[in-house]
Design a protein around this ligand. Structure first.
Ligand SMILES: Cc1cc2nc3c(=O)[nH]c(=O)nc-3n(C[C@H](O)[C@H](O)[C@H](O)COP(=O)(O)O)c2cc1C
Length: 147
């Protein structure tokens, strides 16, 4: 039996204030809790932090994804959560990741994250499909695989 997979893509604005070390600790604690909770709900995905924004993909059963997203939306560590898409998908793109962190190492992202850059990777400037594809490509690159 094939599973029903829904994919949710959003971006938001960082509200973790303080030093790069505080931001790094904040992102690490988000990843830690995601990697603990998501496997219990059979949810997989990827998180990106760049240019002061988070971009995230969550995939799994629609009700499981929705439940996690509802918690995420209430989190004061970010704001202006923009849902870009929530739709059925043919398969998981991040099957091996309870929550991949992509784009830069957490310390690098924390060090440079407040600076708007011109890499084109600002989650706030991307369409759903584009953000999803960038996250997918970067996650695969980090794993050493070819997309
Ligand atoms: C940008 C961002 C992404 C997050 N992603 C997840 C996630 O994928 N899974 C998750 O369980 N919590 C995630 N969280 C944390 C939730 O908002 C919430 O703090 C957490 O789910 C509470 O878990 P707990 O009840 O086990 O402490 C995220 C928070 C932020 C700010």
């Amino acid at each position: 039996m094939t599973e029903t997979v829904y994919r949710l893509v959003y971006y938001s604005h960082n509200r973790i204030v303080g030093s790069p070390a505080a931001l790094e600790a904040g992102i690490n604690s988000i990843l830690e809790v995601s990697r603990r909770n998501n496997p219990l709900a059979n949810v997989t995905g990827a998180l990106m932090f760049n240019a002061g924004c988070f971009g995230q993909v969550l995939e799994g059963a629609p009700d499981a994804v929705e439940q996690i997203f509802e918690r995420i939306q209430m989190d004061p560590r970010h704001s202006d959560v923009h849902l870009l898409s929530f739709a059925s998908a043919p398969a998981r793109a991040f099957a091996h990741w309870s929550m991949a962190f992509v784009g830069a190492s957490v310390p690098d992202a924390a060090r440079y994250g407040a600076i708007a850059d011109d890499t084109g990777y600002s989650p706030a400037r991307m369409e759903s499909e584009e953000l999803f594809k960038v996250l997918q490509r970067l996650a695969l690159e980090d794993e050493g695989a070819t997309p």
